[in-house]
Design a protein around this ligand. Structure first.
Ligand code: RIB
Length: 312
């Protein structure tokens, strides 16, 4: 096991509805399926990192309700150590997830509840934990000030910082300068840079724009096209592979970020870490649910072994 991976983020109880299309305002339509399960970008990333072999710690806030029990259950099962404030005046995060029949695409509404109240003081209460990490990983579902403070503490202590800028938000150059690796998807990269990202060449240009604003390196996640890593004018493209048919892509980016964090916490070179993250994501999309889809270390290694010598 490598150095600790510390994740700042939120847990959501995902309520996923499968239907042919979204209803129009004022309209009721019949769905084709429903699933309730653990989600939230930060929690999904922590679960992916822990199941794939990391020593993972999760900083967040929960309510005091049944969804908080769901969070604690999924972390206990995955081996994630929680560093949680329970906020009885609020509720645990929840997400509405629309899954489009036929395409498998999703649309999501997140209500972070107690996690929307994570403060800079919460981050300082976990200062020693963050400073002792190998990797600090965060996203943008909790307040921006908390993410920024976590990045600042980690950066000052020489901890590798990863920012998954999801959902997309306006970020200051000061914040970006504290990020070693930024991991937007295509639409987040477009929103951060104002540049189109529809090809590898365009992804390189968007990555360079982010690097020019202060991040150390950029990894643009490109869905079925894999990931594009960019640093110092050099690129590495790792194609996406899945060991079976795609069942659901909710949480695929989280799977990649969690796997990447674990691999980097073990001191693996970036090319290996990218392949490891892609393998975690590739397996996760063959399963339904978000956190529930994250593979174990043994599954990741077995899948990577099938790719050995493929030349990518
Ligand atoms: O990235 C997928 C996640 O986004 C879902 O689990 C949902 O909870 C939202 O946070």
């Amino acid at each position: 096991m490598g150095k600790p991976v510390v994740v700042l983020g939120i847990f959501n109880a995902d309520t996923a509805y499968r239907a042919a299309r979204l209803p129009r305002l004022g309209e009721t339509i019949m769905g084709a399926g429903f699933h309730l399960g653990p989600g939230g970008k930060g929690s999904n990333q922590a679960v992916a990192a822990a199941r794939s072999g990391g020593d993972v710690h999760m900083i967040t806030r929960l309510g005091r309700d049944d969804f908080a029990l769901m969070a604690r259950g999924v972390w206990a099962g995955a081996g994630v150590t929680p560093h949680v404030i329970e906020d009885a005046d609020s509720h645990t995060g929840s997400a509405f997830i629309f899954l489009e029949e036929g395409t498998g695409q999703n649309a999501i509404i997140v209500c972070p509840g107690a996690a929307g109240r994570i403060t800079v003081e919460d981050i300082h209460a976990n200062r020693a934990l963050i400073e002792g990490a190998g990797v600090f990983l965060t996203q943008l579902e909790q307040p921006l000030a908390a993410a920024e403070e976590g990045l600042a503490l980690a950066r000052a202590a020489g901890v590798t910082t990863i920012l998954n800028p999801a959902p997309a938000a306006t970020l200051s150059d000061r914040m970006l300068a504290m990020v070693d690796i930024i991991t937007p998807n295509e639409s987040e990269a477009e929103s951060l840079t104002g540049l189109p990202v529809t090809s590898l060449t365009e992804a390189e240009a968007a990555a360079d724009a982010l690097i020019a604003r202060g991040v150390g390196a950029a990894i643009i996640t490109l869905g079925e096209k894999g990931v594009l890593y960019r640093k110092d004018g050099q690129s590495l493209h790792v194609p996406a592979r899945a060991p079976g048919p795609v069942a659901e892509t909710t949480g695929a980016g989280d799977a990649f970020n969690g796997g990447l964090a674990t691999a980097l916490s073990e001191g693996r070179p970036m090319a290996d870490a990218l392949r490891f993250g892609c393998a975690v994501a590739g397996i996760s999309v063959t399963r339904t649910g978000a956190a529930a889809a994250m593979p174990t270390r043994a599954e990741v290694e077995a899948f990577l072994a099938t790719q050995a010598g493929s030349g990518d």
